[in-house]
Design a binder for this molecule. Structure first.
Ligand SMILES: Nc1ncnc2c1ncn2[C@@H]1O[C@H](COP(=O)(O)OP(=O)(O)OP(=O)(O)O)[C@@H](O)[C@H]1O
Length: 469
């Protein structure tokens, strides 16, 4: 257990408190002024700080020390000692984040009750934080496709740097989990990871949420930037940040400091910034909805998170992973997946990406009444697309002459299958029921050029479609 730092300018008092605490089995350190106090904290943050509000011959008073501790070591609980009749100041200290206060003169029992409670609360907080961390670190990223491995490789390169990363990819593709992966593997892994849900906060509240606020009656309420101090702040869906807030964030990135709403003090924070977007930010800049300068500051290392349709090969392992986690967390049955069900999952559209797959797996496990393998009939039947083997035409296909429509269909169908088999032409040929050489010819006639050892990249007319490596 870490020790208790006792700060009081009256020597008798600090020694008396120290004796009592040592008798109770705590170890203590003592400081008589603010300089010694800050030096002791910087040397090693204590498990608890007992702090006199009035410190003679000190550069900082108790409230200043409290502010510094709450900024740099927010986990250290602080118990204030206040002189008799200084209740207002003690209450102000609580608003600044002190755990509790005791009034001089105090008796041993009072002191011990407050200290035991403060220690217990802080222990619970630490345990909670550890549990949360464990939960986060168990959200491991699953995948083995070339597209996934390429992304992971890029993530691994940026974990140890402080570079600002912009994660781009469609909704539900795994941008937040990628940001958490960077955090968990960075040297900030023991510091907070704080998400700013830029789409979810009302624009008029955004600044308070980010910068915090200071009011006469409620004191300091730290915002998300302060809460993330030392760690990573993740701007989720950064394109949804109001323009006014964008300028202020830009200032924070330039100056490395900011003011709370209603406050006068400058607050300094040490942060690494990761952002995500599923929109085309260049387009947002052209439409004057996103500030170009902020874009350049946030987009230092752009990393693309592939859609699930671009890594269909990963669907079976992801589905198995979600079955396992639903089993662990909710006791749902640990079921396998039939071959037909895997084939259907690997060919159906996934506009909601990995999140949609995760939800689908959970739904099937909840609704299913068997413990055998998941069957294709348990999956959504795509009724709007196929009715009893009948393909319902999309608007685009229906406007084409038969020959072009057939080619468009064949191209789409074969690309999906090739992607599903990770670019492996032999396995694709065997599934679609063609000879390998006939499939090659077919692809060529459709303008799909395979290259690389395993048909890795598919040059598709002028466009490039990346299937797998
Ligand atoms: N590679 C992966 N392995 C395991 N789980 C994943 C993976 N990718 C995504 N997930 C899970 O899918 C869900 C959606 O992922 P996440 O929230 O990271 O997506 P997102 O791109 O940030 O979504 P949005 O843009 O909608 O905020 C989460 O539950 C996440 O844990």
């Amino acid at each position: 257990m870490s020790d208790i730092l006792i700060v009081d300018d009256e020597r008798d008092i600090r020694e008396l408190v120290s004796d009592i605490l040592e008798d109770e089995g705590f170890s203590t350190r003592l400081a008589g002024n603010s300089e010694d106090c800050m030096a002791a904290i910087n040397a090693e943050p204590p498990g608890l700080l007992i702090l006199d509000i009035w410190l003679k011959d000190s550069r900082m008073d108790g409230i200043d020390i409290l502010k510094a501790v709450k900024r740099d070591n927010p986990d250290v609980p602080v118990v204030i000692i206040s002189g008799h009749g200084n209740i207002e100041i003690a209450v102000a200290a609580i608003k600044q984040g002190a755990y509790d206060f005791i009034e001089k003169p105090f008796n041993i029992d009072q002191l011990m009750v407050v200290i035991r409670r403060a220690m217990e609360t802080s222990r619970l907080r630490r345990e909670n934080a550890q549990l949360k961390r464990r939960e986060v670190s168990s959200t491991e990223m699953i995948g083995q496709s070339a597209a996934f491995r390429a992304m992971l490789n890029q993530l691994d390169k940026v974990t140890k740097s402080n570079g600002r990363v912009m994660l781009r990819g469609p909704a539900g593709s795994g941008k937040e989990i990628a940001a958490r992966y960077i955090h968990a593997n960075s040297n900030r892994s023991n510091a907070p990871f704080v998400t700013v849900n830029c789409a979810g906060v009302e624009p008029e509240r955004m600044e308070e949420v980010l910068f915090g606020r200071e009011t006469a009656d409620r004191g300091v309420e730290p915002g998300l930037l302060e809460q993330a101090h030392g760690g990573i702040i993740f701007f989720d869906e950064v394109a949804d940040m109001p323009l006014g807030t964008q300028s202020k964030i830009l200032r924070v990135l330039v100056d490395q400091q900011f003011q709370r709403v209603g406050g006068a003090d400058k607050v300094r924070v040490d942060l690494r910034v990761i952002s995500s977007t599923n929109r085309d930010l260049e387009e947002e800049i052209r439409a004057e909805r996103f500030r170009q300068e902020l874009y350049h500051r946030l987009n230092v290392v752009p990393i693309s998170v592939p859609s699930l349709e671009d890594r269909r090969e990963d669907i079976p392992v992801l589905a198995a992973h979600f079955i396992e986690s639903c089993h662990q967390s909710q006791g749902l049955p640990l079921r396998e997946i039939s071959e037909e069900a895997v084939a259907l999952m690997q060919t159906m559209p996934w506009p909601g990406n990995v999140r949609q797959l995760k939800n689908l797996v959970e739904r099937v496990l909840i609704l299913g009444d068997s413990t055998g393998p998941i069957e294709a009939r348990e999956l959504p039947s795509n009724e709007e697309k196929i009715e009893e083997g009948r393909v319902v035409l999309s608007g685009a296909l229906a406007t084409l002459p038969l020959r072009e429509a057939r080619e468009a269909f064949e191209r789409e169908y074969l690309l999906t299958q090739i992607n599903r088999f990770g670019g492996n032409i032999s396995r694709t040929a065997s599934f679609v029921g063609m000879e390998r050489s006939a499939l090659h010819r077919k692809l060529k006639s459709l303008g799909v050029v395979t290259s690389g050892k395993s048909g890795a990249r598919l040059a598709f007319a002028d466009d490039e479609v990346e299937a797998a490596e």
